[in-house]
Structures are given as structure tokens and as C-alpha cells.
Design a protein around this ligand. Sequence first.
Ligand code: GDP
Ligand code: IMO
Ligand code: MG
Length: 423
Amino acid sequence: MNIVVVGAQWGDEGKGKLIDILSQDVDITVRYQGGNNAGHTVVVGDKEYIFHLIPSAILHKGKTCVIANGVVIDPKAFLGEVEDLKQRKIPVSAKNLKIAANAHVVMPYHRILDVLRESKRRNKIGTTGRGIGPCYADKVNRCGVRVIDLLNPNILKAKLEDNLREKNEIFEKVYQHPPFLFDDIYGEYISYGKKLKEYVCDTALFLNDAIAKKKTVLFEGAQGTFLDIDFGTYPFVTSSNSIVGGLCSGSGVAPTKIHKVIAAVKAYTTRVGEGPFPTEYATSLDEEIRAKGKEYGATTGRPRRCGWFDSVLVRYAVIINGIDELAMMKLDVLDDLKEIKICVGYRYKSKLYKDFPLDFETLNNAQPVYEDLPGWQQPTNGIRQFKKLPVNARRYVQRLEQILGVRIKYISVGTKRDEIIIR
Ligand code: GDP
Ligand code: IMO
Ligand code: MG
């Protein structure tokens, strides 16, 4: 069975932990969009691993990981991640890791432009500063550098010369930033090409061939539905399709080959970066949940904004992604609360919204309409069976299933691999 996991909120739902569990039962795990803006955490025993580009499944022996064409690859970050894993005695080689020849490459001018653009914006997006947006923009502008170009000195030279001619003018005239020197970048990226070469292949052919041979594939989404470039809270989004649709263009695997869509959701909501967040806690609860849930960005370390579960958002995510099953992560973080709220609608200018409003003004000013449920005020960390959960925790899960119309098959109650209830 080929499965895709996506985030149903604003990212950081706990996809890394879920992928770590699900990838034990498949042959291949694939990243298909985003870049090293992602931070996917896996906790094994007392060891924590944070993956930015490499699929979280690399920890499992005998499994293959693929970084497909839809991902934007920063070679420096990629090689750093490989090195870190090797130092931690995790084997990484062309045997268990493939990267797409046609994936686009994050260049130094992308990273700098990302930061400079943010510094000039009045309405900041709060990007991760990893150059993701500018790299995707070059891809669409047809001036991007692809992984395969790093293996071909002539092509890299021609593309880099063309790019620097235009970009250096912009850097100097618009941003008063010194120009980038051809020789510096060219030398650095040719040397990356030599190091990447062993991993590079046509990953679309590799994946389709594996699927034809009845191998099973797990697709690891990055970011979340509301950071999607089309369906998210635009412009406070990332620059790729983080909804399930991104999988096909991002990997070259057709929708007819996908059997199940699973989405990760937090038992509450978080967001890192700027943008509308109707159910954001207005009280000291923000600090309490941030402390309990260790809500700090896995990539940038920024504090994540926290709020109540927003079923208006997640219901939209269920529709857009065709979600078959949900994995509710971090239920344990709510253990101490006396009362728990679920947002079931928004109110703006005396109108009630039951569906996610696309209009920015409405979303930005939306007053959440809440349903109140009693908390359970007991630890859930050690529980492995649904029926053993406190009755109010079960009620919370079941009420959400009712509102969302989707089964919550997995309930995570801690950071570790075994801290999960599978129904
Ligand atoms: P991702 O980007 O979706 O992979 O999520 P992140 O790794 O950025 O953030 C999720 C954080 O929550 C990580 O620190 C995980 O270790 C942690 N986590 C995952 N599941 C649980 C859970 O059930 N309970 C608690 N307390 N923490 C969890
Ligand atoms: P994972 O895969 C949470 C957010 C940034 C910013 C916006 C745009 O770990 O869930 P970008 O650098 O992509 O141009 O930033 O998107 N963002 C994430 N937020 N989790 C992520 O990934 C994110 N990747 C990007 O904070 O608001
Ligand atoms: Mg994350």
C-alpha cells in the first residue's frame, strides 16, 4: 500500500514521529516538496533527531529514502545532514538515499534574497530564511539551477553567469548588497556536485519501477495545508504545494498509485511565523502550552504561537487532501487543562462562517465560535489503548471525529516511538 502523510494545520503537527512509525512497514519513504525550511523530529530512546531534507525514515535499516524533484535542495544543508547522521552511526549512502537529478538547488543568492526581502517587507511573512521562496521563484521563472546541472560544469557556468548578471544588479541597486562573485559560487557548487553525484538519479523512474515491483512507498509531506501556496493563508504561506496534490508533480508518481491519505494534526493548533491565527490563545495559556508542548521551531528555534483546535481549518484540510485517517498528535499536552475549547465556526461583521474563508480580511478578523468540553486532568502518557484513556479525553477525540467526519486512527501521547495509541 502506498501512503501519503500531510500536515492538516500550519506545520509541525508531529509528522516526523508519525513517519518514523509508519515507515517501518514500507520499503521506500519520499520527500516531495519544501526544503530545509522543514524540521521533522524523531525521538528514539533518549536520542533526538531533527530532519530537514532527508526523510525521517533513514533511521530504519534496510529502507530506502528518496528526495524527489519537488524538493528544493540546499547542498550545504544536505551534506551537513548526511555528515551528522554518519557521526551518529546512521549509515547513509547511495544504497539507502537517492536524490532527484531534476530537483532545484538553493543557491547562496536565494538565502540572502529571502532575508533581504523579509527585512524590507512591511507585512513580514516570518520565513525561515532558508532561501526557499526565491529558489521556487527561480524554478518557475525558468532560471533555476537543478541538481543535474552541478554535475555538468558547462551548464552550471552558463546558468550561473546569466543569473548573476541579472541578480547582482538587483542586489546592488535595490538592496545595496555587494554583488556575488562567479568564481566563489561556481567553485563551491562544482565541489558539491562531486559529493552529491553518488546519490543522484531519476527518482521518478526509480519510484515507478519500485511500485511496479510491488514495493511500498510512504510520501512524507512537509509543512501543512495552511502553508500551501494555493490553499493556505496566502501570502503567509510557504512556496510549494504542501497539500496532497504536491505529491504527483513533486515525485512523478501518479495519483492512481496512491492508496491512502493520512494527515497529522495536533490536539491543539500552533503556527510559527506571521499570519492570521483565529484561535490563538490570548492569555497565559499560550506560555503554558508552549512550555508543556516544547513549542519552539525545530528549524529556527522561534517560539511557536499556540491556540485551540480549529475545526474550521481542519475540516477544509480534510476536503482538500481527501484525508482517509487522522493522526492526532500531542494529546498529552492538554492533560492539565480544566476546560478545552474547539473552534467550530468564525464570526465576522455579524456573519457566521462555517467554512474556511478565503478573504484575508475576514480571516484576519475572524472571531472564533467555541464549543467547550471538560478536560481530563490526568496523565495520558503511559496509555496505549483507546479505552484506557480518561473518559473526557475519549469524548474530546470522538467529538472531533464527529465534527471532522474522519476517523482518528492514531493518538500520540508523547514524543517517543511507543507513546502512541493505534485504534
Ligand atoms: P513535524 O514538523 O510535523 O515533523 O513536527 P516537529 O518535529 O517540528 O514538531 C513536533 C514536536 O512535537 C517535536 O518536538 C516532537 O518530538 C513532539 N511530539 C510529537 N508527538 C508528540 C506527542 O504526542 N506528545 C508530545 N508531548 N510531543 C510530541
Ligand atoms: P514542517 O515540515 C512550520 C513557515 C515559516 C513561515 C512560512 C514561510 O517542519 O512542518 P518559508 O521559509 O517556507 O518561506 O517560510 O512557512 N514554515 C513552517 N512552519 N513548519 C514547517 O515545516 C514550516 N516550513 C515553513 O515559519 O511562516
Ligand atoms: Mg517541524
